[in-house]
Design a protein around this ligand. Structure first.
Ligand SMILES: C[S@@+](CC[C@H](N)C(=O)[O-])C[C@H]1O[C@@H](n2cnc3c(N)ncnc32)[C@H](O)[C@@H]1O
Length: 231
């Protein structure tokens, strides 16, 4: 196992709260909210169904999205990329047309997929967990066929006070007794989940050569959903 891969795994173990099984279970429990009817409408607008598509889910977690897609489209070729051992362990039984690969998406290189081989990719709640997304965006330009589409959903920057009020509802910050380690964790969590604005992500995609097709703000502006095309 390379040092870089282990460094990413150590970061993710901490980012996911230090309890991998719990983090995997949470990803399962939030799957429906993250892939609701609005998500599927957005997906189908930008990735129209076809007889056979080659699709990847980047940071696929327990791979529930890909399993749903496999059910709907047994002819699709589906690949999940994941690095966290507890997420990989949660995948369990796979349909025949689903393959899972272990790769570090911080520095994926061009070789994870052949040149221009993918029709579409999903990156759902992945980008904020990367040290930087530039190397992935550049690799995607290589993997996606011309006209191929990236669908990206992620948390985006929100004001610190509203984040604190959401984390500690009904807390009087002026007078209540507060716990310093809990506050330390909360601030680390804030900076790890509020790295980019929606505009930052959109502009980075453009900088890396993508054409942004659509940008939605979700959850009162706390998240974004973007479709971007490899020209
Ligand atoms: C918040 S979870 C979302 C999982 C899944 N996309 C979903 O929506 O249910 C982010 C996933 O990305 C994976 N991930 C984060 N950084 C990664 C990296 N550098 N390489 C590969 N996977 C990564 C995490 O392990 C985790 O499973």
């Amino acid at each position: 196992m390379s040092d870089k891969l282990n460094e990413t795994r150590r970061f993710l173990a901490q980012h996911h709260g230090g309890n991998g099984a719990k983090a995997a279970a949470k990803t399962v429990s939030t799957h429906e909210r993250n892939h609701d009817t609005d998500f599927w409408a957005f997906w189908r607008t930008h990735v129209p169904a076809a007889d056979s598509l080659n699709i990847a889910d980047l940071g696929c977690g327990p791979a529930l999205f890909l399993k749903e897609l496999a059910d709907q489209h047994p002819d699709y070729r589906l690949t999940g990329i994941e690095i966290a051992p507890y997420m990989l362990a949660s995948i369990e039984a796979k349909p025949d047309n689903l393959e899972i690969r272990v790769s570090d998406l911080n520095a994926p290189g061009d070789m994870v997929f052949p040149h221009h081989s993918l029709d579409a990719c999903l990156a759902n709640m992945l980008i904020h967990e990367l040290f930087q997304p530039v190397m992935l965006f550049r690799a995607l330009r290589h993997w996606l066929r011309p006209g191929g589409v990236l669908i990206l959903t992620d948390m985006v920057r929100q004001p610190l006070d509203t984040f604190l009020q959401h984390k500690f509802p009904d807390t009087d910050f002026a007078n209540a007794e507060l716990d310093a380690p809990e506050m330390n964790d909360c601030f680390r969590d804030y900076f790890e989940h509020n790295r980019y604005s929606a505009e930052d992500i959109s502009n980075l995609l453009t900088l890396c050569g993508f054409e942004v097709l659509e940008l939605q703000l979700l959850r009162q502006g706390r998240a974004t959903r973007i479709a971007a095309r490899n020209p």
